[in-house]
Design a protein around this ligand. Structure first.
Ligand code: NAD
Ligand code: ZN
Length: 366
């Protein structure tokens, strides 16, 4: 399947080659660009599984590898500096192309390196996780964390093209698959009632490889659908951040959560606040909570979680204030994004209500 999306900031179209087995066409697509050498930028887990496959596809092409340690801890300034040095030591020229090969962490880090080294290094992107294939690979800005805040230093660049090959998902562990499923459920709540219905009737226990690939494809197309509407309805982009107002802060307070896991908690907390503060039907909160539980996604941050620190972090991030409380995104009807109007997407919760609900959160879940 061939798709493309437009980076509205750069006015650039990014071609996407999407299907099982597309990775094998890497050489064909690369040959449409002119280059002197290739650098593969990846992490040690991905290379542990796919190094020989990618190297055999690049047989006869001058190439080298720059590798990072896997996981969120690599998204920092120290790794950025170290890996920038390593890329520079490979004697890159303006004709060098980087193959960005891995999940969201590799992507986030490379985005920044690419935009800062020698002003611009062309790259292509081969996302290998559910989350990266259906979400982060199509995001115009990406960045790294500082100790005070997540994703604070970022850049706006775009790859020459993206290859999304769902076969990579076969080697992904279940927790990482479900990390992507969380974003998929979010998209279903926003724009696909049938898919949300499917999620309510199935569960993580019986998930097949075929299901995983279908879900990743559906989620990717749902995200593309919103990105394509950006010209017409700028506010519609904002709804993709549903449940995301508190995820930064949840991840800052506890290192235990993956992105999708903090998002599932964020969405459940949002629906609870809508029920308590805005008298929305309780069944909405219950249905959403039960669905995330079936997909082994957390709806609670755990006993050791410091809720005071969460509120402090939200104030620090300017999401929460004593005067204005907090503004959260809302979904009026499952799967009916086309009926949303700009004024409909936010609701406000006063400061005292928010902090009280957060402190007593567990009692509402039982
Ligand atoms: N900028 C954005 O738009 C955006 C959107 C969503 C998430 N993110 C960021 O993305 C990051 C998470 O991305 P992620 O979930 O892809 O994490 P990740 O890159 O850390 O990958 C998760 C784990 O899976 C391994 N892995 C990757 N591909 C594999 C494969 N095919 N088989 C086996 N193992 C594989 C990795 O080595 C890693 O250990 C977070 O830092 C999050 O903040 C950014
Ligand atoms: Zn997200």
């Amino acid at each position: 399947m061939f798709k493309k999306y437009t980076n509205q900031k750069l006015h650039k179209d990014v071609p996407m080659y999407i299907w099982k087995g597309e990775f094998n066409n890497l050489r064909k697509y690369l040959n449409e660009l002119s280059f002197d050498k290739i650098i593969i930028f990846s992490d040690s887990n991905v290379l542990g599984i796919y190094k020989s496959s990618i190297e055999s596809l690049l047989e006869g092409v001058s190439h080298s590898i720059v590798q990072i340690n896997p996981g969120e801890k690599s998204k920092n300034f120290e790794t950025f500096v170290k890996k920038s040095d390593e890329v520079l030591s490979q004697k890159i020229t303006s004709k060098t192309i980087v193959i960005l090969f891995g999940g969201g962490v590799v992507g986030n880090l490379w985005w920044l390196i690419s935009s800062t080294l020698l002003r611009w290094i062309r790259f292509i992107h081969i996302p290998t996780t559910f989350l990266a294939q259906s979400d982060s690979c199509m995001w115009w800005k990406q960045g790294i964390n500082t100790s005070a805040w997540k994703n604070t230093i970022w850049a706006v660049v775009e790859p020459e093209f993206i290859i999304v090959d769902f076969d990579f998902l076969k080697t992904l562990n279940k927790r990482e698959v479900l990390n992507g499923v969380s974003e998929s459920i979010k998209h279903a709540i926003i724009q696909d009632e049938d898919l949300f219905d499917w999620y309510t009737k199935h569960d993580a226990w019986n998930l097949t490889q075929e299901d995983i690939q279908n879900l990743a494809e559906k989620t990717l197309l749902m995200k593309l659908n919103i990105m394509e509407q950006n010209d017409v309805n700028k506010w519609i982009w904002s709804i993709m951040k549903y449940g995301h107002e508190v995820w930064h802060a949840i991840e800052m307070v506890s290192n235990n959560f993956l992105h999708g896991e903090a998002v599932s908690i964020g969405i459940v907390l949002t629906t609870l606040l809508e029920y308590l503060a805005w008298k929305k039907d309780k069944t909405f909160f219950q249905e959403i909570s039960e669905t995330f539980i079936k997909w082994w996604l957390p709806i609670f941050w755990g006993e050791d979680f410091d809720t005071h620190q969460l509120c402090e972090q939200l104030e620090h991030e300017w999401q929460l204030s004593k005067e204005k409380g907090i503004k959260l995104r809302t979904i009026k009807d499952i799967g009916k994004v086309e009926h949303l109007k700009a004024d409909d997407i936010f609701f406000s919760v006063p400061y005292d209500t928010f902090t009280t609900v957060v402190q007593k959160y567990k009692t509402y879940l039982s």
